[in-house]
Structure formats: C-alpha cells, structure tokens
Design a protein around this ligand. Structure first.
Ligand code: NDP
Length: 452
C-alpha cells in the first residue's frame, strides 16, 4: 500500500518538530507536519522560553540592591514592561522562525492548520483535504485549565501573562505548582504586589518537604503574600478590579487574577475515539513504553500523553519514536531520575526521590545543610540556601538530591549525572570541593542530620 507520507506529525512543539526533522533529515523519510498555532509550541511560545526571560528580567531588581551593598552607586529607575515585552516577543518570533526553518531545511512539508485523524492511516486537515501516512504521530501538547468557580472567566492563565498590555499593580495567583510559584516570584520581582492562594498545606506538592518549605519561606521573605489552605470561592468584577471571595473569609480586590491550576492534554476533537485510541482519566492518550497507542500506526509523545510533562522529555520521546519506527531499534524512553528545576526565587533543582518517598521505600540517611550564601549575606540579605542528599543505608547510593539556591537549575543538571550513574555518598565525598562555592557543600557533608 502506498501512502502520501511515511510520517504525518500533528503538532509543531518541541516533541513533534524533533521527531519530524530527525525522521526526514537523518532517516530520509517523507514527512509532513500540521500545526494550527505557532511553531515551537508551549515551550517556545508560551512556556519555558518567555518564562525564563521574565525570570531574568525580574531578578535585576534584587541585583541593584545587592550591587549597592557592594559599593556600587546604582539606582533602580523602575521596570518598563512595554520595552521588555516588545523585545521578548521579537525573540519568540525569531525562535519560531528557526523552528520553521529547521522543518523546511530538512524537507518536512508543513501545513499551518488543524489536523485530525479519520482512520489509522489518514489525516484530515481543516481545509478538508486528506493525507495518508504509514505512521501518524500525535504531539499536540497540553493547555492550562481553570477550575469551575463562579467568575473564573475573569481570570487569566499562563497563556495570557506574556501579552498583558500593562503589568497590574496587584495580582492573585491561584495554585501551588511549578507555574504558580514561578510566576509569583517573577511578578513580585517586577514590582507587582503578589498574593498566592494554594489549597493544600504546602506549595509544590510532591517535592521534598524540606526543600519546598524553604522555597515557601523565601517567597514570603521576598514579599509574596502566600496563603496556604486557601482557595477561591467566587469572583466578580468591581470597577476595573476583581473582587475575590476566598475560603479563609477574605473578600479582597485584585487588579488581575491568574489561575495556575494545572494543565490538560490537547486530545479532544482529534478523531481518536472513532479509531478506538484509548484515553486516560485526564484525557491523555494512552501509550506503551514505545509511545505506541492501541492502533499500531498511531503514536503519541509529549504532554498529550501526560507522562512527565517537560520539554526535554518530549524531545527524548520524539527521538525514541524515530529510533523505534524508522531504525528498527525498539527504544523505550527512560523516565527514571529526571533532573528538573523550578525557577522560583530562589530556584529549586531536584533529581530522584524526596526524603519522604525514599523513607517509604527503604532505610535512609539524610545529609543536609542550610546556610546564608556568601554573596547575599555580605550584602546584608537574609536568604538561605539548602543542599540535601538522601542516601540509601543499604547501598549508599544517593537516591535524591535537592538544591534550593540561586543557580540551582544549573547545579542540578550536573549533580543529575552523578545520581543517574548511581553515585554513592562516598563518591560525592571523594570529589574535591570547588572553593569557595555554594555547591561545595554537596561534597563536604560529613555526618547525616537524621536517619529514617
Ligand atoms: P501542577 O499540576 O504542577 O500544579 C497545579 C496546581 O494547581 C497544584 O498546586 C494544584 O493543587 C492546584 N489546583 C489544581 N486544581 C485546582 C483547583 N480546582 N482549585 C485550586 N487549585 C487547584 O500544574 P502547573 O500548571 O503548575 O504546571 C503544569 C506542568 O507543567 C507541571 O507539572 C510541569 O510538568 C510543567 N512545568 C514545568 C516547569 C519547569 O520545568 N520549570 C515550569 C512550568 C511548568 P494540588 O497540589 O492540591 O493538586
């Protein structure tokens, strides 16, 4: 049977673009890709990249104070959102252009429109045309969701934050996950009065308790008004502002409300049900370890499969798909021990098990130190950092490494290699300290602070 393409990819984000360009460019496959929105997907257009630029922008406020404490004659004339936003969007346009060019230069045919499946080998584009393909890869990502509370339509999500005409004077952020905590720090740094409501007992559920406790403490120290055990009951417009009634009895006015209450897979209206492709509880496409659905010619990668929703994971899933399907080398994606960073202020970098998860699994030793780092302590700032290793008593392997510190994202990438290789506490200890740094504490912690 002959097909129009060897591979049709639906979705031009990190995972889809990688799979398309490698299958076409390196394996000589005939590939097409459909994208209804902008190329680059969540990460490049409305996620990691603009978020990190905003993190950089927001950190300058603190740097000016610090520089003054070091003897510099500096003043902070204020932040110009309009100037920054213009530059940020120009950068996103540039990156989108690169994504488009990557596809073009590798011979991938692109369709700037929505696509859905009509059968196991056929895709229908929004203009009604149909294309056949030996394999179809769904890489449609995810989107933010708002909870079902009265007035929720008055609130924005992370999709909208990059497009605000002006920064609000005050904002309420709802949620306690990555996105809520990162934007609380960003907007606080940019001079917005930030209040954060989180329904649970501590932000960043699932991460190491001690680490997330310190992040929360530092966020409060930095001026973010964090309310734990608090949720929104209803909201309504009052003049230019939004009145929010909360479970703690507060009825406060905010200029802006942002929901960061989770994301759901973009798997609706793709024709999956007609084909019998199974969906999970959150609506995600169910796949096996090779990213294959129950329909053998249909695969799915990235956030639409709701495995580990991170850009580098989607890219790996895309690469493993190509290896499996186009190189005859079945390759599962290793989802174990993925290092990750949360760009709060200070950042959290983490790999492996939290103390709580590890203690449930086996007897452990905990090595941890929390201190005021030299750079900020000299400037009279009170912020603390945390370096922590969770170690197996039986094997001495480092089961988890948790860092809360400026630059923790950079540090955990490297610590992640050691942990992934199965390094023991003694391997860490054998490594000579790099002095004077914060991370040298990782190799100089002699006695466990506790056993569990
Ligand atoms: P998360 O799932 O991490 O967090 C959602 C938050 O919203 C949780 O605190 C959750 O509370 C809360 N919540 C959910 N439903 C409600 C509700 N009805 N009312 C009130 N609160 C609610 O989602 P995010 O949107 O923050 O991030 C999505 C994913 O994106 C992350 O899991 C991550 O994989 C990825 N990401 C990664 C980043 C990075 O690597 N730095 C940055 C940003 C995103 P509860 O804990 O009680 O469930």
């Amino acid at each position: 049977m002959s097909f129009d393409y060897d591979l049709f990819v639906i979705g031009g984000g990190s995972g889809g673009v990688r799979a398309a360009r490698v299958a076409a460019g390196e394996d000589g496959a005939k590939v097409a890709l459909a994208e209804e929105d902008r190329y680059g997907g969540t990460c490049v257009i409305r996620g990691c990249v603009p978020k990190k630029l905003m993190v950089f922008a927001s950190e300058y406020a603190g740097m000016v104070d610090q520089a003054r404490a070091y003897g510099w004659d500096m003043s902070n004339g204020g932040f110009d959102w309009g100037t920054f936003r213009g530059k940020m969007h120009a950068e996103l346009d540039r990156l989108e252009g690169i994504y488009r060019n990557i596809l073009k230069n590798n011979g991938v045919e692109t369709f700037d429109q929505r696509a859905k499946l009509v059968d196991a080998h056929t895709v229908e584009l929004a203009d009604g045309s149909r294309k056949s393909a030996r394999h179809i890869l769904v890489a449609t990502g995810g989107r933010p969701v708002k909870p079902d509370v009265p007035g929720a339509d008055l609130g924005i999500t992370s999709n909208d934050i990059f497009h605000l005409d002006a920064l609000p004077e005050s904002i309420l952020i709802i949620g306690g996950g990555y996105i809520a905590c990162e934007f609380a720090g960003i907007l606080n740094g940019l001079g917005v009065h930030v209040t954060q409501y989180y329904r649970g007992a501590q932000i960043l559920r699932g991460f190491d308790d001690e680490a997330r406790g310190l992040v929360c403490e530092e966020m409060c120290q930095n001026g973010i008004d964090v309310h734990l055990g608090t949720n929104v009951l209803e909201m309504h417009r009052e003049g230019d502002a939004i009145r929010v009634k909360a479970t703690n009895g507060d009825k406060r006015l905010f200029d802006q409300v942002m929901f960061a209450t989770g994301r759901v897979p973009n798997a609706d209206d793709l024709g999956l049900e007609g084909l019998g492709v199974a969906r999970g509880r959150k609506g995600q496409i169910v796949v096996d370890k090779y990213s294959q659905t129950g329909v053998p010619s249909v695969y799915a990668i990235g956030d639409v499969t709701d495995r580990v929703n991170l850009t580098p994971v989607a890219i790996r899933e895309g690469m493993a798909f190509v290896e499996t399907v186009f190189r005859g080398n079945p390759t599962p994606v290793d989802h174990d021990l993925i290092p990750t960073a949360i760009f709060t202020q200070p950042e959290m970098g983490t790999v492996g098990l939290s103390e709580e998860q590890a203690a449930e699994q086996e007897p452990i030793e905990v090595y941890a130190t929390s201190f005021k780092p030299m750079q900020t302590s000299f400037a009279g700032q009170s912020g603390r950092v945390l370096m922590k290793l969770v170690v197996s008593q039986a094997t001495r392997k480092v089961l988890g490494c948790h860092i809360v510190a400026p630059g923790a994202g950079e540090m955990i990438q490297l610590a992640g290699i050691a942990v992934k290789m199965g390094a023991t506490k003694e391997d860490f200890d054998r490594t000579v300290a790099v002095h004077p740094t914060m991370s040298e504490e990782m190799v100089t912690m002699k006695a466990p602070v506790r056993r569990a």
